[in-house]
Design a binder for this molecule. Structure first.
Ligand SMILES: Nc1ncnc2c1ncn2[C@@H]1O[C@H](COP(=O)(O)OP(=O)(O)OP(=O)(O)O)[C@@H](O)[C@H]1O
Length: 759
């Protein structure tokens, strides 16, 4: 902490200067915005007046041109208005706390060091000649995050600029006053981080611009790799980094990239809402957010009932699993199935040569099978498989129509000849007869065309399972039986118009490869958060659907909440994409939980890892044995105590939505609590009861795990789910049981928790 009086005076002076400049620009901006608005209203008035006064019946050639001019002027005015209101809102955001860091940098060959103040935006005067505050995303600002005192450099469009960092200072400025400042010779000061993270959280994710760490900065500013894969433990800042990276890209490529060019795939709507504040706080418009299934939703036919990811999770967690379904879920998440799908799609393409046949009508060849195949393969080469079939159908029907017309003419000519008639004397009845005859003759060919060009993705998918052994190449009888059982199960579900969640991605892949994809052209960058919960098939779809986009893929295998459908290894992701395009970065430090909670969570995983932890201390997690009759009251009392301690965000996390509903009913009579049992509900903070899989990605001041009974978390597949649940806690973690503690917890060394037995 800096106490030197002289330094304080100098810093206060600078802050005054900056705030004064912001005030001036703010005033100018507000005036400019109001003038643009007035002028626009005036223009609109003039335009309507001109329209009203224009002579109604005269043919005025100038009117459309004049209207067009008005429209152009109005658009221009609207653009200027938006630019000035954007600037005003930025200045307003800066006003109370204009910067948070400073580096003094002396460039090689220069004599004097430059003071670089860093804030969320740039503030400049004299037509951008003097920069009072640099945007945190500016190239020069990267030194604040990357370097300690000493040699340093930064990259800018002109190349690498080297020099020395003489000073690195951090500020806490509130209400236009410096609360404190640090000179940090090392990384961004841990004390400041502890101060940020030690506070009670908001119900939405916050920005971390003031304290981005070096390893995080490397991800945020990475521009070398088309596909960037980021692995990091719970709480290492993956989601935060992803959103800051989006803000960085919008700044760096501001000429070519707008917020709707970036798409983030998030696990559910609760999470989508949770992350919705970060970009607006950074002064950027929100990027597109969607769940995977929502993004591709329009591909599905309304006659099918599609199971959601959460419904499948409930099914898996409910424990009464049908073995066949379980085998089917695992199989459909495997690379073995991806290879089967690839072989099958190739077979569909190749099989067209046998599918087409000559179209012959009463001995007349309309088009040969070879010609149909050539048209399909060569003329429609640029279209997708399904589109080629559609075009081919149109073409064949056209040829059929032509043949029909020719045939009618031929029949009528014969009649005229046989009856020695003039054409005008042809009876109407005879014309109708000829038309009917020609139609009847071509009728079977219409059926042939429909059969040759029929395309139904669901039937194709069913067909795959009817012949799965041809594509699966089973190694032995047992495997073959397994395939047959999965095939029968899948066919039966689809015939009942049900698409299980595990079949959603394979069907989307078929549709993406063989048919059209949703419109993805505008997407230049895709962010995939919670990347561990997608399968190889999801990644194959992403590769195909967004082939021109760059990607940032972030996840943690230890948080694979679905034990049967996940990626399994991050190597599988890079293998999906072109190896030259992909690069992986690992984060090693975790920021969310107190050290005591983080240690406990690490023990649940039962693996050796060298993860670093921010040295923020708190109480040890508490394991609490309760009596069945009073467990809800006990949870309610703990919630009340936690609230009294000042914690605002408190979550009771149950394994399933069903358990949440039950618990909600009993706890709600003692304390005010909100139930979030499906992904469409909005999380507004306060005290919530939420199922395990919906809590992933979120964080709370205190987490109360409703039950660590061995009936809840006993299998190996539950380990990662339990880990994910516990790592949601920042400050306090309570875990309750009634009879027998889960083995996953029993193995945790007793020194990492306290154990209360309340009987
Ligand atoms: N550099 C940082 N400075 C301040 N806070 C940080 C920093 N990095 C991460 N945090 C905080 O740590 C917490 C965890 O961050 P985040 O949710 O982004 O991590 P994550 O890796 O996505 O977590 P998980 O995988 O467990 O969902 C958040 O409160 C975030 O604000």
């Amino acid at each position: 902490m800096i106490t030197d009086k002289n330094t304080w005076e100098l810093e206060k002076d600078y802050l005054r200067r900056v705030i004064n400049e912001i005030s001036i620009q703010l005033n100018n901006g507000v005036n400019a915005a109001s003038n643009y608005k007035k002028e626009a209203i005036e223009m609109q008035k003039n335009m309507w007046e001109d329209v009203r006064c224009a002579p109604t019946n005269s043919f005025d050639l100038e009117a459309p041109a004049q209207m067009w001019q008005y429209q152009m002027d109005l658009n221009n005015q609207a653009r200027k208005y938006k630019l000035s209101t954007d600037k005003v809102s930025r200045l307003e955001k800066m006003y109370e706390s204009p910067y948070f860091g400073r580096v003094d940098f002396i460039e090689n060959g220069e004599e004097e060091a430059e003071k670089i103040y860093i804030g969320i935006y740039t503030l400049s005067t004299n037509n951008n000649m003097d920069i009072l505050v640099y945007d945190w995303r500016a190239p020069i600002s990267s030194m604040f995050y990357d370097y300690e005192i000493g040699e340093c450099s930064y990259d800018c469009p002109a190349g690498s600029i080297g020099g020395k960092l003489l000073l690195k200072r951090q500020y806490k400025i509130e209400n236009m006053n410096i609360v404190y400042m640090f000179d940090s010779s090392l990384s961004i000061n841990d004390e400041m981080l502890k101060d940020i993270l030690g506070k009670s959280t908001d119900n939405r994710m916050k920005t971390i611009v003031t304290s981005i760490q070096r390893e995080q900065n490397a991800v945020i500013r990475n521009s070398q790799n088309k596909i960037l894969i980021v692995e990091g433990p719970a709480g290492s800042g993956k989601t935060s980094i992803a959103l800051h990276r989006a803000a960085y890209l919008l700044y760096k490529y501001r000429e070519n990239m707008k917020s709707d060019n970036i798409l983030v795939f998030s696990p559910n709507h609760v999470f989508e809402d949770y992350i919705s504040n970060v970009l607006p706080e950074l002064g950027e418009e929100n990027i597109r957010r969607s769940t995977f299934i929502d993004f591709f939703e329009n591909m599905f036919d309304s006659r099918y009932r599609i199971e959601t990811m959460n419904q499948q999770m409930e099914y898996i967690l409910a424990r009464n699993l049908d073995k066949r379904r379980l085998r089917s879920i695992k199989f459909k998440a495997s690379s073995q199935f991806l290879n089967i799908l690839k072989r099958y799609m190739q077979h569909i393409e190749d099989g067209m040569s046998t599918k087409f046949k000559n179209l012959i009508c009463k001995g007349t060849l309309i088009i040969s099978a070879d010609e149909i195949l050539r048209t399909f393969k060569e003329d429609y080469f640029h279209f997708s498989f399904a589109k080629r079939l559609e075009k081919l159908r149109q073409r064949l029907f056209y040829l059929l129509e032509q043949h029909e017309e020719k045939r009618i003419k031929e029949l009528l000519d014969n009649y005229i000849k046989e009856n020695n008639l003039q054409e005008e004397a042809l009876p109407e009845e005879e014309k109708k007869l000829a038309e009917r005859k020609a139609r009847e003759e071509i009728e079977p060919l219409k059926v042939d065309i429909m059969q040759m060009t029929y395309f139904d993705i669901y039937l194709l998918y069913i067909d795959l399972f009817r012949n799965i052994e041809n594509f699966a190449k089973p190694v032995d009888e047992k495997e073959s039986d397994g395939f047959i059982s999965i095939a029968n199960y899948t066919i039966r579900q689809l015939q009942r118009n049900i698409i299980n969640y595990e079949d959603v991605a394979p069907i989307i892949l078929l549709k993406t490869v063989l048919d059209t994809v949703s419109d993805t052209k505008s997407v230049k960058h895709v962010i995939i958060d919670e990347a561990q919960d997608y399968t190889v098939i999801h990644y194959e779809i992403i590769k195909k659907a967004f082939e021109h986009s760059n990607m940032t893929i972030l996840g943690d295998l230890n948080q694979s909440v679905n034990g049967y459908m996940n990626i399994g290894s991050f190597g599988a992701i890079s293998e999906t994409f072109n190896a030259q395009d992909a690069n992986s970065i690992s984060l090693t430090k975790s920021y969310r939980s107190s050290k005591e909670i983080a240690d406990f969570c690490r023990e649940i995983l039962n693996t050796q890892n060298n993860l670093e932890q921010l040295n923020r201390h708190g109480d040890k997690p508490r394991i609490i044995k309760v009596d069945k009759s009073n467990s809800s009251r006990r949870i309610a009392e703990d919630i009340i105590n936690l609230k009294e301690k000042g914690f605002k965000l408190i979550a009771v996390i149950c394994k399933t939505a069903g358990q949440c509903e039950e618990l909600y009913k009993s706890v709600n009579s003692y304390v005010d609590i909100t139930l979030i049992s499906n992904q469409n509900e909005i999380y507004r903070g306060g005290v919530v009861v939420i199922p395990s899989y919906l809590a992933k990605g979120l964080e709370f001041d205190a987490v109360l795990v409703n039950s660590i009974e061995d009936s809840d978390y006993s299998k190996e597949e539950d380990r990662r789910l339990l880990y994910t649940v516990c790592t949601r806690a920042l400050h306090e973690l309570y875990l309750y049981y009634i009879e027998n503690i889960s083995d996953l917890i029993k193995n945790v060394n007793e020194r990492y928790y306290t154990h209360d037995i309340l009987i």
